[in-house]
Design a protein around this ligand. Structure first.
Ligand SMILES: [Cu+2]
Length: 466
């Protein structure tokens, strides 16, 4: 839900107009629009300024602006927020205007932009406009290009958005803490001519990671690699909204990575091309088809495809630990070990303890009590049972009858007869095994004396040394 707040209210000053385009004088701050909740908000067509095709921020929203003598003015408020990461789990993060990530900022190539940044955090901050061409003094690097914005203070950034494409914003002040706490946002500079690069659906989200102990609410900022919540826009599966599209739509998904590791983003059912990076649009002759694209730390990718195949297609990071929620990594492998009842006993001493099952990690038969404010490691119900996922996982839903501009979830896909995997009920032939000499059609390899150990041993040549 988008709400508007009068930023001066606390100080007892007069209320600011509650319309998106405020008619307050030039000397005033633009209102700081606030978001509560984590729904996907489809932005309306721009009310003023040059026309563009707005993007849809997954479980997020775009920041309203006001025009002031031809300048597009935004107001960001850096502050502590409560983010629901998935139903049943809330994180106490830092973000902008009520949420983490902050709102997406959308401008048009050539726009003069003025951004007011108010700091309501307990420490200084700044905003770096990641990838944008700005005058050096607007680059937002604390100590290098500006002093930190002290708590309670407001700074003004002003520049012309020159290069179209996909960008991010984040603090360049106590970065380790502030980014681990969720401070980041997406930025899109649309082309001057809205018909350029036009697609039917244009989704954006940021990759972020948190280390929140089971049963607690705050991330640990000191964690370097062992995060336990891998998020699209500070949401984890099954809390991430689906991407509903109409069959035949040209679809773009823009993703930025502000975690500490790379994420190979994989999409089922379609191949795509990387049409844009943080450096701009890739010339068509330099594009190649893929089904997985690796998004490095600090990078952005725009992928595009024709949504030709109807169905519910998984879209996820291909690192299997990144499609899980809070999990213990210091767990012995119990595959093949009969340990019935043991986990239960340990759980009485160590609440939240989970062992990998002896038949694999599936939690199907285990009903461990979870600490409060903790998500199951693998969860989510699909039409055929448990999806056994978490973290960076969502579903692209391609439907013939999805209306233009409709982003509501169409429900589960109804598979046409004869297009669904099914259980074999007949007799099974003996399976062939490569080295099963008794039954296999493949002859067993014949060993020749000495042949299997033909290894050349080289003596180390040693360094000539300095
Ligand atoms: Cu990943």
């Amino acid at each position: 839900m988008i709400t508007r707040r009068d930023f001066f209210k606390g100080a007892g000053a007069a209320a600011v107009s509650a319309t998106a385009v405020s008619k307050v004088g030039a000397a005033s701050l633009p209102e700081a629009v606030l978001m509560t909740g984590a729904d996907t908000h489809v932005p309306p067509a721009p009310a003023n300024g040059r026309h563009f095709n707005p993007v849809v921020t997954l479980n997020g929203w775009s920041l309203p602006w006001r025009m002031n003598n031809g300048v597009k003015e935004f107001h960001l408020v850096a502050e502590p927020v409560v983010r629901e990461m998935a139903p049943g789990m809330k994180a106490h993060l830092w973000g902008y205007n009520g949420q983490s990530p902050g709102p997406t900022i959308e401008v048009v190539e050539g726009d003069r932009v003025r951004i007011f940044v108010t700091n309501k955090l307990p420490e200084h901050t700044s905003v770096h406009w990641h990838g944008l061409r700005v005058p050096n003094g607007m680059d937002g690097v604390t100590g290098l290009t500006q002093p930190g914005i002290a708590p309670g203070k407001t700074y003004v950034y002003e520049f012309v958005a020159s290069r179209p494409g996909q960008f991010m914003y984040h603090p360049h002040a106590d970065e380790m803490t502030q980014m681990a706490m969720g401070m980041m946002g997406f930025w899109v500079t649309h082309p001057k001519d809205y018909r350029q690069q036009a697609v039917d659906r244009d989704f954006v989200f940021l990759l972020s990671a948190y280390d929140i102990d089971p049963g607690s609410y705050k991330p640990r900022p000191n964690t370097m690699l062992d995060f336990n919540l891998w998020a699209f826009n500070s949401r984890v599966f099954p809390g991430i909204d689906t991407l509903p599209v109409r069959q035949g739509d040209r679809v773009r998904i823009r993703v930025g990575n502000l975690t500490m590791t790379n994420h190979p983003l994989h999409m089922h059912g379609h191949e795509f091309v990387v049409t844009g990076t943080d450096g701009g649009w890739v010339p068509p002759t330099a594009r190649w088809p893929e089904v997985t694209t690796d998004i490095g730390v600090g990078q952005m990718r725009a992928i595009e495809f024709l949504a030709s195949e109807p169905g519910d297609w998984a879209l996820h990071c291909h690192k299997s630990h990144h499609t899980m929620n809070a999990m213990g990594h210091n767990v012995p492998s119990m595959i093949g070990v009969d340990h019935e009842g043991i986990a239960e006993k340990i759980n009485r001493i160590v609440p939240g303890y989970m062992a990998m099952g002896e038949k694999g990690g599936s939690m199907g038969g285990m009903q461990m009590p979870l600490p409060e404010n903790t998500l199951p490691m693998m969860t989510g119900e699909g039409p055929f049972g448990g999806v056994e996922m978490g973290g960076m996982f969502t579903v692209l839903k391609v439907r013939k009858d999805q209306k233009r501009g409709d982003y509501s979830d169409p429900g589960w896909y109804q598979h046409p007869a004869g297009t669904l995997a099914y259980e074999w009920q007949g007799e099974l032939p003996a399976p062939s095994r490569q080295y099963d000499a008794g039954r296999s059609a493949m002859p067993a390899p014949k060993a020749q004396a000495g042949a299997e150990l033909e290894v050349t041993v080289r003596k180390p040549t040693g360094h000539s040394g300095h």
